[in-house]
Design a protein around this ligand. Sequence first.
Ligand SMILES: O=P(O)(O)OC[C@H]1O[C@H](O)[C@H](O)[C@@H](O)[C@@H]1O
Length: 425
Amino acid sequence: MHVDVGNALSEAATPGVPRDALDRLDDRVADAHRRISEGMDAGEFGYAALNLPETVDAGEIRAAVEPFADADTVLTVGIGGSALGAAALCDALGDDTRTEFLDNVDPAGVRDLLDGIDLSTTVMHVVSRSGTTAETLANFLVVRDAMQDAGVDWTERTFVTTGPDGNLRDLADAHDLPALSVPDGVPGRFSALSTVGLPVAALAGVDIEGVVAGAREERDSLTGSLFDCPAYAYGALAYALDSRGAGVNAVMPYSEGLETFAEWFAQLWAESLGKDGLGQTPVRALGATDQHSQLQLYRAGPRDKMVSLVTLRDRPDVPIPSSDLDGLDYLDGASLGSLLDAEFRATEASLAESGCPSVRVELDALDPESVGGLLYGMEAACVLAGELYGVETFTQPAVEWGKTAARGLLRGDESLPETPSLRVE
Ligand SMILES: O=P(O)(O)OC[C@H]1O[C@H](O)[C@H](O)[C@@H](O)[C@@H]1O
């Protein structure tokens, strides 16, 4: 990925980062990089995810999914980091007419999804690192039941990715299901480039070897300076802008295929950095659509935002047919791609003109290498930002609180703290 942080400097934006502050920050980046390298070398929890471009075995993943290659529908049952990596890859690069994701337990949504697919030609990938997540296990039980009702042998049409213990591992053992292991030391939200995110991408036709190669290239760019490393430049600037008041990070890809990437990024950034009263709130937007809604706020609202503009240097194009409509001559000879690119540049300029900081992230194209590089680069950016904030990047205690409380409620434990009520009906 290519990163341009010019519009995040104080000479361009408020809040903005002075050039001399960036030089000082670079010393901290060098220290953080040393810590990250140590963690990677020792395979420490979390840091091990940054080794995935070397440690992942794409051949093993291809072999595991090969028996399901003829499935009409590939259904992922998982939530959070166990679904979003695969969803981001499939949305960007795969045949997403074949992929479905059950990552919520809204009964209406689950029912609609099951009504719309032929379970006899569906393969289900059940993914849970812990193997105990309530939503995932509940959805699995619902799909299994639906398969049995439809006369489908669910054990023939299910494979799992999970950790060494938990209900899902027990289930895989008991029914001899094909099972991949979540690699050691890799937290869910950092697992897109592993047995968690890649199997379904492979089934959706994604060149997963290309994705891994792109990630490897980004890994090789991790040096001790933000001036040489796009991933660190992004992470350091986001941190520096947040420290100066940009507590919101609006991620706005100018590519529909990257819409789910913004969702994946939101989990990565929020769950990793939102600790000890610190962290930057990720917001999802889509160019050009959200130019016609959220951009008003970005330009003219509170000065508490940075905008991460993500675009492609090259994209397949569709010409705009010429017309004799009054006032549309500016579209003559144009294409949808040139229109989208013009909208991107206009948005970037409009943010600059209003003094709202933005960072430009460019990919060469929406191809496997670039997308692999983007996912890896943002993970490295996040790990770096975690070091700069001084938070525990790889834990999520606040999420665990809600999970435990929900389980307690289902078991009849009503001892939740009282929340105030002021009803208006
Ligand atoms: O993979 P699992 O163990 O089922 O976890 C799925 C998700 O659960 C929780 O919400 C965690 O906070 C997430 O980080 C994780 O991705």
